[in-house]
Ligand binder design. Structure first.
Ligand SMILES: C[S@@+](CC[C@H](N)C(=O)[O-])C[C@H]1O[C@@H](n2cnc3c(N)ncnc32)[C@H](O)[C@@H]1O
Length: 519
């Protein structure tokens, strides 16, 4: 394998160069809707090479698993890597699962090419292509393996799994559940099966969305992962890829290299690049505890991009108070506007109360009403809408969806009741609302929480565990906060003119330090 340019991705070897030509031809003439339904996004050669370069190669036998193999780009990259070594292993066997009959002839061509190149270097090569659903026959293979039948066990695996939600009664979910794997997305199911099919000290490299790093849907996946595996290298991309779009929420992708050996992995290499075509930034090394603390019951995976990120994480961790300890809750706004269209009004009148959307957020506060934007400002108060309303008071609101261009992921404002006589207020579903038992809180506490959330420190911390632009109430519940006293002191310093980012960061930092020295 050729060496990378300074920090760049590796250049493809002969087999992958051949497969890449197949890929480019296939991508342009493929049946897009079928490809989409199968989550069929084939890995570009530079990324496949990079992934293969991460693995340690076994000395004698390489037994490789490639589930959801597509045209075999990942296998090709691994075999190229073997062939480029001074003392390559003696034999290579590959088991590739691929459901799509149309693509299998190309996968077959890749395998034949691998066979030919290996034969030229006196390396034994064998392969099996299983044209079946990996969740089904893979689960059976796990079952057999764990019952003592070792027909399928692997020492290396490489995968770019299909990405699709799987509902709780789907065939895939039931097959996985049969061997006690709970996965809400196909990709997590593929990785979980792969882990179970690896032997001790086995290694895997995968490219997946980043969504498994946090959130309740992937908790059982994270628990399974940590039961068996430790990360060795994590690479993050800045670009969110269409390939991993989830209901319009674009995901960042990551490549991770992990080993089935939980004893000896203390350090993890972190690298980062804008996208697959750009250079890789210099690596940093963090401890495995920096990624995930084994005392964290949520098992959230944090991925720092650099040393600054580590500092931010430690700074947030020092604020050890959870929202529930502050007596505060956070939930999504209750008004789903298209369900109550008939009660929405562009302008307020005697029958209405304010309805707050993200477009009302401005410089740290809610500015209301904002007419002429073709969006409602108000909702009629009646017996249907009453359960959706809250008492007027001071609240902290956070946007649920920030645009990619927005500087911060967490955008918080204070809702102050001063601009309305209404006794009730409504929050639309695109905002998260901090409240005290469904009511508001003191002005200085609301200002303090909102200022804390708007700091660079919290934003950088948040980005380490969230790979998309969505901010869920569950994420905000997971953050830790300073004490009420410190929050109120911060809040008491926030006036009508909201401080600029630097001032805000300095102000919060100062009050956190004062809080620490007073305690
Ligand atoms: C994201 S693509 C990646 C392909 C290939 N690994 C690569 O990196 O280029 C996922 C592949 O999994 C296949 N696939 C989807 N569902 C599958 C299933 N249940 N079992 C086996 N293969 C599946 C798709 O046809 C597709 O080729």
């Amino acid at each position: 394998m050729k060496q990378p340019s300074k920090y760049g991705f590796y250049n493809p070897g002969p087999i992958l160069s051949y497969v890449e030509r197949l890929r480019l031809r296939y991508s342009t003439k493929g049946n897009n809707s079928l490809q989409r339904s199968l989550g069929q996004y084939l890995t570009p050669a530079p990324v496949a090479c990079f992934m293969a370069s991460l693995m340690k190669m076994p000395r004698n036998q390489l037994r490789l698993l490639d589930p959801g193999a597509g045209i075999g780009s990942l296998t090709a990259a691994v075999v190229d890597r073997v062939l480029s070594m001074q003392t390559p292993c003696k034999s290579v066997s590959v088991v590739a699962w691929e459901l799509d009959n149309e693509i299998i002839p190309l996968l077959l061509r890749t395998m034949r090419r691998c066979h030919e190149e290996c034969r030229n270097q006196n390396i034994t090569f064998s392969y099996i292509i299983i044209p079946e659903d990996f969740t089904e026959t893979g689960s059976q293979a796990v079952f057999d393996l764990e019952a003592g039948n070792e027909s399928f066990s692997f020492n290396r695996a490489i995968l770019n799994p299909p990405y699709r939600k799987i509902t709780s009664e789907s065939a895939e979910r039931l097959a996985l559940r049969h061997i006690k794997i709970e996965a809400s997305n196909l990709y997590a199911g593929f990785v979980a099966l792969t882990i179970r099919l690896l032997e001790k000290d086995g290694e895997l490299v995968a490219i997946t969305p980043r969504s498994f790093c946090n959130g309740p849907y992937f908790k059982s996946f994270r628990t399974l992962f940590l039961k068996h595996m430790r990360f060795r290298h994590i690479h993050t991309f800045n670009r969110r890829d269409r390939a991993f779009a989830d209901d319009g929420v674009l995901q960042e992708n990551i490549i991770f290299y992990a080993a089935k050996n939980i004893q000896d992995q203390k350090e993890v290499v972190i690298t980062h690049s804008e996208d697959p075509s750009s250079d890789i930034a210099p690596k940093s090394v963090v401890s495995h505890e920096d990624i995930v603390s084994l005392s964290d019951i949520e098992r959230v995976f944090h991925i720092p991009n650099n040393d600054d990120d580590k500092t931010y994480r430690l700074a947030v961790a020092q604020n050890a108070i959870h929202l529930s300890e502050l007596g505060i809750s956070v939930s999504t706004g209750r008004v789903v506007d298209f369900r109550v269209k008939q009660y929405l009004r562009e302008l307020p009148n005697k029958q209405t109360v304010p309805l707050i959307y993200p477009f009302h957020f401005q410089n740290g506060y809610v500015v209301w009403p904002k007419p002429h934007l073709k969006k409602p400002n108000s909702i009629v108060k009646n017996s249907v809408t009453l359960p959706m309303l809250m008492s007027t008071g001071y609240y902290v609101l956070v946007k649920r969806f920030s645009s990619k261009e927005e500087r911060r992921r967490i955008v918080a404002v204070v809702f102050a009741p001063s601009f309305t006589d209404a006794e009730k207020v409504a929050f639309e579903n695109h905002v998260n609302v901090y409240h005290v038992r469904e009511s508001g809180m003191s002005e200085i506490l609301a200002k303090g929480i909102s200022a804390y959330l708007n700091t660079t420190m919290v934003d950088k911390y948040f980005r380490q565990f969230s790979g998309h632009t969505q901010v869920n109430a569950a994420d905000l519940r997971m953050l830790t906060y300073p004490t009420i006293n410190v929050l109120e002191r911060i809040g008491s310093k926030i006036g009508q003119n909201y401080p600029c980012q630097n001032e805000l960061d300095e102000l919060v930092k100062r009050e956190l330090q004062n809080g620490a020295s007073n305690s």
